[in-house]
Write a protein that binds this ligand. Structure first.
Ligand SMILES: [Zn+2]
Length: 88
C-alpha cells in the first residue's frame, strides 16, 4: 500500500491508521448504488418512469462529489473519517 504524505490520519471512529482517500468516481458509485437499486426496483415493480432517476442520481452525485473535497475512508471500520485537503 502506497503511503501519501499528509493524507494519513487516524480514524476518528476506531483510531486505525489504515485510511484511504476515496476517488471522485468511487465516491459517486458508492453514493449512487442504493438509489439506483431503488429506482430499478420501483421502475420494474411500478412504472418505468422511475428509470429516469438512474442517470439523474449519478449526475447529481457527480456534481456533489466535484464540489466537495475527496472523502477519507477508514479501511478497518469502513466509515468516513474526514476530508482530504484540496492541495492542487
Ligand atoms: Zn475506523
Amino acid at each position: 500500500m502506497v503511503k501519501q504524505a499528509g493524507q494519513n490520519k487516524r480514524c476518528i471512529h476506531c483510531s486505525s491508521e489504515r485510511t484511504a482517500v476515496m476517488s471522485k468516481w468511487r465516491y459517486v458509485f458508492f453514493m449512487s448504488t442504493l438509489p439506483v437499486i431503488m429506482a430499478v426496483i420501483l421502475g420494474w415493480w411500478m412504472t418505468s418512469f422511475f428509470f429516469i432517476f438512474i442517470p439523474a442520481v449519478i449526475v447529481l452525485n457527480s456534481i456533489l462529489a466535484s464540489k466537495k473535497p475527496p472523502v477519507i475512508m477508514c479501511m478497518d471500520c469502513r466509515k468516513e473519517t474526514g476530508r482530504a485537503a484540496r492541495s492542487a
